[in-house]
Write a protein that binds this ligand. Structure first.
Ligand code: ZN
Length: 162
């Protein structure tokens, strides 16, 4: 089932998410729906609060298939950074440039309930950082310096009125 995406400034986007304790049927269904929603919206990343669920679940479109990651946690960030244009399904048509760590090491629970560690770099590293931020109520615009952020938000609201 394709879920409805919460758009900024929906207050749920600022809430902190709870860890997934057990991979229940309900969680599995949510994961499946999140993948469908990501594909339908042609996104490369989606976090549970964006579909109204305060759970630590993200879907990331890696090179091939979208994959689900539960309780993702960044263990290590490279000092080297990368600046790329990011988008967010909760902010249609807004693509500010965001600086992030170029490489990250992440600990996640896979859908079978096993803890695994993964490494990501470049675009994938940025997607993971963006989606994991969502789980703590942090949005990509928070990484844009204040003056620029106001300008980006004005653009966003103007477009929203169409
Ligand atoms: Zn986002």
């Amino acid at each position: 089932m394709v879920l409805k995406i919460k758009k900024y400034p929906d207050p749920i986007l600022r809430k902190k998410c709870q860890e997934v304790k057990e991979v229940t049927e309900e969680i599995k269904n949510l994961c499946r729906d999140m993948i469908e929603t990501l594909v339908e919206n042609q996104g490369i990343g989606l976090a549970a609060p964006q579909v109204g669920e305060l759970k630590r679940i993200i879907v990331v479109q890696t090179e091939k298939e979208p994959e689900v990651f539960l309780n993702p946690k960044i263990l290590k960030k490279s000092r080297e950074t990368i600046l790329i244009e990011e988008g967010c399904l909760s902010f249609p048509n807004l693509f500010p440039k965001i600086k992030r760590a170029k490489e990250v090491e992440i600990k996640v629970l896979d859908p079978k309930g096993k803890t695994i560690q993964i490494k990501a770099k470049g675009l994938a590293a940025c997607v993971f950082q963006h989606e994991i931020d969502h789980l703590d109520g942090i949005l990509f615009i928070d990484h844009v310096r204040v003056g620029r952020r106001i300008w980006e938000l004005l653009k966003f609201y103007k477009r929203g009125k169409k």
